[in-house]
Write a protein that binds this ligand. Structure first.
Ligand SMILES: Cc1cc2nc3c(=O)[nH]c(=O)nc-3n(C[C@H](O)[C@H](O)[C@H](O)COP(=O)(O)O)c2cc1C
Length: 312
């Protein structure tokens, strides 16, 4: 039986989102926090603590994610996260954002394989007595997919809990299509279980990929879930009648909206959060462009609520 994970999406898959998703739709086997960047002096920020507090994540399997190219700082952050009871930590070697890459982090780290190797060496030595497992979420490289041959040799030196591969390079950002040939190479040659991630936007695509890679340990879904939170129901063949689907979406939306409002972040920020989600969710509502525009343009909560009422 396939396993499914919710991808980390910075700013979107917050603990508020993860809880709302988990309650209203087919639960994922694993959830990941968006990345934490360690700072050598500071401890975890209030926002980071909220993300991982066990009482904010009850009943779901959460893997905190760290993005770093500094082994010492990374180990300190692993130690702090462990205090909350976590036994699995994910390392981000995939983020393509220019500000991250210019600092040699995320997928930018992949351009420095020797440093990457040294980093992993120190991190794995440092966690030897820590009772914590490390997984990696990676792209294929910075510029060329072939960089992955060498990068995978490096990953293979370490006992990774899992290797999650988004088979694009940094310079693709989200353009072009995932390189399935190179993912096949990961599947054949990785010493760790390999999870597939990238462009699973409908159940047909998911089935195609599962058929091609039956040995993948899991499938990670990101934007596909934002566009259609019922995607995993569809994949598992459990999707209900239209009324049930709409009721689930409504329940999910209202929980998300009310929980963000309850944080006291101000109406503007609540609207920003909700509109960001609608950028994706709106794609499930073809023919509703006018209502979507009203959602996008809403500058007050009452206007937003009226537009959503029409939509759901
Ligand atoms: C807005 C946005 C934020 C993201 N934030 C993170 C992040 O914090 N950590 C991470 O590993 N990947 C992050 N990603 C990458 C996703 O986890 C995922 O690898 C990517 O979207 C491809 O999967 P998908 O096609 O299923 O969306 C982000 C992607 C997007 C679009």
């Amino acid at each position: 039986m396939s396993r499914y994970y919710l991808a980390p999406l910075e700013g979107i898959t917050t603990y508020i989102f993860r809880n709302a998703y988990h309650r209203h739709f087919t639960p994922m086997d694993k959830y990941f926090t968006p990345f934490f960047v360690p700072h050598s002096k500071k401890g975890l920020s209030a926002k980071e603590k909220r993300e991982i507090l066990p009482e904010n994540n009850e009943g779901l399997y959460l893997v905190p994610q760290i993005m770093s190219n500094h082994a010492g700082d990374c180990l300190k952050t692993i130690g702090k996260i462990k205090e909350y009871g976590y036994k699995e930590i994910n390392l981000n070697m995939g983020c393509p954002s220019k500000t991250v890459v210019s600092k040699g982090r995320g997928s930018g780290f992949l351009a420095f394989p020797e440093e990457l190797d040294r980093f992993l060496d120190v991190v794995f030595a440092g966690i030897r007595d820590m009772d914590v497992r490390i997984s990696v979420k990676t792209r294929l490289g910075r510029d060329e997919p072939e960089e992955f041959y060498h990068i995978l040799e490096i990953y293979n030196k370490y006992p990774l809990e899992e290797l999650i591969v988004h088979p694009r390079v940094q310079k693709d950002f989200y353009k072009n299509t995932p390189n399935l040939g190179m993912f096949a190479h990961a599947g054949e040659c990785s010493k760790s279980p390999v999870c597939y991630n990238g462009d699973i936007f409908d159940s047909e695509k998911c089935k195609e990929i599962q058929k091609e890679f039956p040995r993948a340990s899991a499938f990670m879904l990101g934007r596909g879930i934002l566009m259609n939170p019922l995607l995993l129901e569809r994949i598992k063949g459990k999707v209900g009648e239209k009324e049930i689907r709409t009721a689930k979406l409504r329940g999910f939306h209202d929980q998300l909206y009310n929980d963000y409002r309850a944080l006291g972040m101000g109406d503007k920020n609540v609207l920003f959060k909700m509109k960001e989600l609608w950028c994706y969710l709106g794609q499930s509502f073809p023919g509703y462009e006018k209502t979507l525009k009203r959602i996008r343009k809403a500058e007050r909560l009452d206007r937003y609520e009226a537009a959503v009422e029409e939509m759901l």
